[in-house]
Write a protein that binds this ligand. Sequence first.
Ligand SMILES: *Cc1c(COP(=O)(O)O)cnc(C)c1O
Length: 715
Amino acid sequence: MDQTFHSYQPPGISLPEPIKDLERLSKNFYWCWHPEGVQLFRDLDSMLWDRVEQHPQKMLSDTSELLLWQNASDPDYLKKLRAFAEKFDAYIAGKPKIYEQVSPERPAAYFCAEYGVHTSLPIYSGGLGILAGDHLKSASDLNLPLVAIGLLYRYGYFRQDISHDGWQEEHYTNIFTYGLAIEPVIDANRERVTVMVHIRGREVYAQAWLAQIGRIPLYLLDTNIGQNAEVDRMITGHLYGGDTETRIVQEKVLGIGGVRLLRKLGVDPSVYHLNEGHAAFSTLELVHEYLEENPEQSFSDAVEAVRPKCVFTTHTPVAAGNDQFPPDDLFGCFSKEYIESLKLSENEFLALGRADLSNDKEYFGMTPLAIRMCRTSNGVSEKHGEVSRGLWQKMFPDLSDAGAVPISHITNGVHHPTWIAPSFQALFEKNIGDEWQKIARDKDRWPEAIWNLADDDIWKTHILLKNVLIAFIRERTRRKDTGTIDTINERTDTRDLFSPEALTIGFARRVAQYKRWNLIVSDMDRLLKMVNDKERPVQFVFAGKAHPQDNTAKKILQDLMRINHDSSWQDRAVFIEDYDQEVARYLVQGVDVWMNLPRRPMEASGTSGMKAAMNGVLNFSILDGWWIEGFNGENGFCIGTDHNEETDEATDAADAASLYETLENQIIPTFYKKDERGVPHDWVAMMKNAIASLTPQFTSDRMVNNYIREIYNAG
Ligand SMILES: *Cc1c(COP(=O)(O)O)cnc(C)c1O
């Protein structure tokens, strides 16, 4: 076992006096959504920045003394540092706003099992975490009083390697390796703040850490402390690792421990936002708390008191995304006393997690629990709201019409300052002004500002980003050079790999069956014809992880990796390992087209396409999730129709045919139709349309504002 970080302190940093502010700045993630903040760390030593995977703490401890002093004596650097530190201080000094019921005294509490704030805090696996991170950044920018609760996974999520035969391998690293921008939470007596949760017949302690996301505190619970038994120390070991029991106990720490932590911190939320069912045990703890104070009352009295404060967001219609626990595992983790304290029998307890109350074989589901215990439930796109109403109608046997099921929707969004490339940000700032970030929220003012930009400027900026992506691809694949070319992520020579002239399509998705990776290569001859075309070639960049236990998905990945044709494929298709936020950034900013092929209606929302659109990358997607709302006929391309065929096979065939046709007849001709100076004006018009129409509609500022108005304050 690794050492206990019970008394962990960030590595001692001794910076030259003139650049001391860097230390303070590195401890709040505010820097990561401001290009000039990122630049301050990177400029210390740009090679090292890459090597330490953008960890500011590691940067400050590893930059050579000489470089530190060189920067400390560089007037330009100091000027930038001072300007950014002042901007940060002014931002932090801003008094929190009062949004009706949500006030500094009664903030919103946001619970989520993962957060993707920045690569240097690797406690997320994918879309859900990135969404939660973006929620916090927008809440901070909107100055919403909000407190976030999560878990600190000591080994995070797995890192992906692809072996010679194309098989995915997983490995984990201790996330403390690079130093983390988190602080231990200390009480008035300078003691570590801990909470206790009863698990498997023992008291388990979790210590709290604080990550500061702009103005938003993110508290993370961690059971890796000496007082705990060895197995309990590993409860917060791996994100989505381990068996059912591990999941239950993790979710107990998150939900029950999370509420207890809020109490220790003296926080009395006006609303508890359960982002995904993982946190739904928090509602039980609120009942438990209520009944301790009001022992004469019943479970249903308590629910009446608790329900008005709880709101729930469901994130997927895919079964595997909705936790379900067998009763035996559940009772192994919950004590009799706790269930009794809720004034419930074991059967009544189990019924809380059942969608169909007439089926006593049904497992305990976190989604039914949340829907039952919360005052509102919502899906994450209009379509997903509708699908969820159908999916959970069985919970409301009195309702004959699925439309009446009380599940609404708020469409997801992405934090535009985080995802728009610095070069585009600079272009916007120059032409639209310092207030461009605010104007980007405004669906009346923003489009006009974008249409006024010169085609040449948009195209030049895009080509710049495309070149950065290609350099990144070559670098990543060269690093992977193993002397064989068995798979498309191994290269002996990367100089000919990819061309900035060629139409570049990005496809980065979790590898899961419903994401239909296989559609792309379903007609290899037709595909290769496009790839091999001398005049108008197409190239593909792929990325994505398969769930460690999903061998079907790993096989899909392996099949793709092993396509080894006597053609240009090896030079024009590449797989980037270990898809994460940093890889996503290069991809969504640098490709020409962003493709998505989910089987309708499984894509609850999807967010990566929104990131792409804000950078003028054109979406090429199935009409599902957010794209049904976003697509206007001229801001990207759709694949297939809005409905499925009789069978999955027929739907797949129809969608594949549409995919190839749209590529051949629309995308390739429009992309390659350039003027004498090489600018494809029709294409650029679509890019402008995408940036203009989709940025205000899909920024997470809009999303968080919707939550404030329609959910947090609607109680
Ligand atoms: C945005 C993002 C996602 C979500 O992507 P979708 O496939 O659109 O749901 C997943 N992983 C990473 C690393 C991301 O940045």
